[in-house]
Design a protein around this ligand. Structure first.
Ligand code: ATP
Length: 190
């Protein structure tokens, strides 16, 4: 199929803003499917020196989307990317119910079975992520969104690290120095 472009989507309201991005609720013109599209301004990314973070985010999300698992569908999925002169666009699954922080405050803290349910989904999500050699490194309630059916969608792979096959098998004691390719890092994140 041809690469998607801005004209393939109708842009609706703003659903969120990050430090260098705006997220819009959108519908694909062809089939009316709903997506969240994250628009990142290139100049802003350069000014904030976020080029590496944005590429890391894209690489981790592509790896996840390519190895999509129906038994662990607990991630915001990257459906397409495209760009204009000024902006980068990420076409993402839409997390209709917002982040889990609000939900925890409202209800989950009082209900043990609800807490168990979400703990189990998070563990399943992390097992899948780690099986793909991806370490999220910034998992927190704000980065766990909820879809229309109240299942989790883990997002924000800007701090993620993709381990090389070799380094993922090394023990924690066998760390390589920071900056050594796909090796383990000792940097402080999250
Ligand atoms: P920063 O870039 O400062 O770390 P961030 O990671 O929250 O912030 P974005 O990923 O651009 O930045 O998201 C901005 C906001 O948009 C989020 O806080 C969230 O509320 C909303 N959002 C992001 N992705 C989705 C999505 N797939 N579905 C629904 N809402 C989303």
């Amino acid at each position: 199929p041809r690469k998607k472009e801005e004209a393939d989507f109708n842009f609706g309201r703003i659903i969120g803003e990050g430090s260098f991005s705006t997220v819009y609720l959108c519908r694909e013109v062809n089939n009316n499917k709903e997506y969240a599209i994250k628009v990142c301004n290139k100049n802003h990314i350069k000014r904030e020196r976020k080029q590496e973070a944005i590429m890391r985010e894209k690489d981790a999300m592509l790896r996840l989307s390519d190895a999509w698992s129906s038994t662990a569908p607990y991630f915001v999925r990257l459906y397409a990317t495209f760009q204009t002169v000024d902006n980068l666009f990420f076409v993402l699954s839409y997390a209709k119910r917002g982040d889990i922080l609000r939900f925890i405050k409202k209800m989950a803290a009082k209900e043990v079975d609800v807490t168990q349910f979400y703990a189990a989904e998070i563990v399943q999500a992390l097992e899948h992520l780690h099986s793909l050699n991806i370490v999220h490194r910034d998992l927190k309630p704000e980065n766990i969104l909820l879809n229309a059916d109240m299942h989790i969608l883990v997002t924000d792979f800007g701090s993620a690290k993709i381990l090389s096959d070799h380094s993922s098998q090394a023990s924690a004691a066998e760390t390589t120095p920071p900056g050594a390719g796909g090796g383990r890092r000792n940097s402080f994140v999250g």
